[in-house]
Design a protein around this ligand. Structure first.
Ligand SMILES: Nc1ncnc2c1ncn2[C@@H]1O[C@H](COP(=O)(O)OP(=O)(O)OP(=O)(O)O)[C@@H](O)[C@H]1O
Ligand SMILES: [Mg+2]
Length: 261
């Protein structure tokens, strides 16, 4: 056997192994779409490093990414977010990347843009965590794959804020917490979430957890200010309508206070 075909055989074997690891994933249409050979190889590499020990079914199938359940070292519950390379939205991704000084010169292949996007989400989560915002702890990223802590557990991932109904007191606390997080992001992490809504906030053990930070931008981004305005108005609208608590002004006040302090 030539060196080349030997390599090829090893490659196939690794792919088979990874397929074996994910065979209990439930949605096969998704499987084919998401788990192309490169993704399988990257997952294999993550498995070899001991980051992932097994991969389970989908938690969510979004427009640009799929979230899978996984187990990590010590059987820790993980969420694996895999951005689809063929996402139609990568033009928009480019716009969010352009104004960010951390990602000055991204070469224009889809693959490179999505890898940069994944890295951006990883860093944004890390930065948010550093300043005290509750987010899923980011563990590692590789190409278009982001491995993070599972909020909740693999059997029952934490629900989105939109799917829970809080008691009045809980709603008030949740609003306050999220308001504090917007302020911490802005004043301490130099970030604006830029897609904050009841869809991208989970509710776990009586507390909101902020997720989905791929599109989050630093304050240097030309649209940062208007993204912040949009986040504020989404959040205030949701809490006002569902719980009759909070206001845009309360959020802005908190941000101003955070700037001073
Ligand atoms: N770390 C996590 N722990 C538990 N559940 C998660 C986690 N990350 C994501 N999820 C679940 O998966 C859903 C989708 O995740 P996320 O918002 O990050 O991606 P998305 O909205 O699908 O991305 P896109 O809009 O690009 O398709 C979330 O609403 C949440 O229910
Ligand atoms: Mg989302």
């Amino acid at each position: 056997m030539t060196e080349e075909s030997k390599k090829q055989r090893q490659f196939e074997a690794k792919i088979d192994l990874m397929r074996e690891r994910i065979k209990d994933s439930d949605d096969f249409k998704v499987l084919d779409e998401v788990f192309d050979r490169r993704v399988l190889m990257d997952l294999y590499a993550l498995a070899s490093k001991g980051v992932i020990s097994s991969l389970g079914g989908a938690v969510s199938t979004g427009k640009e990414a799929n979230i899978f359940r996984a187990k990590g070292e010590d059987e820790k519950d993980l969420a694996v977010k895999i951005y689809r390379i063929n996402t139609s939205n990568f033009k928009a991704m480019q716009n969010y990347l352009l104004g960010d000084p951390r990602f000055g010169s991204i070469k224009g292949t889809k693959r490179a843009i999505i890898a940069a996007w994944t890295r951006k989400e990883f860093r944004n989560l890390r930065r948010a965590e550093e300043v005290g915002v509750k987010v899923p702890h980011p563990i590692v990223m590789r190409e278009n794959i982001l491995v993070m802590e599972m909020v909740g557990d693999v059997e029952t991932p934490a629900p989105q804020l939109k799917d829970v109904t809080l008691e009045p007191k809980e709603a008030e606390l949740a609003f306050e917490k999220i308001t504090e997080y917007i302020s911490l992001l802005y004043n301490k992490a130099n970030l604006v979430h830029a897609d904050l809504s009841e869809f991208n906030i989970l509710y776990h053990e009586g507390e909101p957890v902020i997720i989905d930070m791929g599109q989050s931008v630093t304050l240097e981004h030309p649209m940062a200010r208007s993204f912040l305005e949009r986040d504020i108005s989404n959040l205030a609208r949701y809490f006002k309508k569902k719980y009759a608590v909070g206001s845009e002004e309360a959020i802005k006040e908190k941000i101003r206070a955070g700037k001073a302090g």
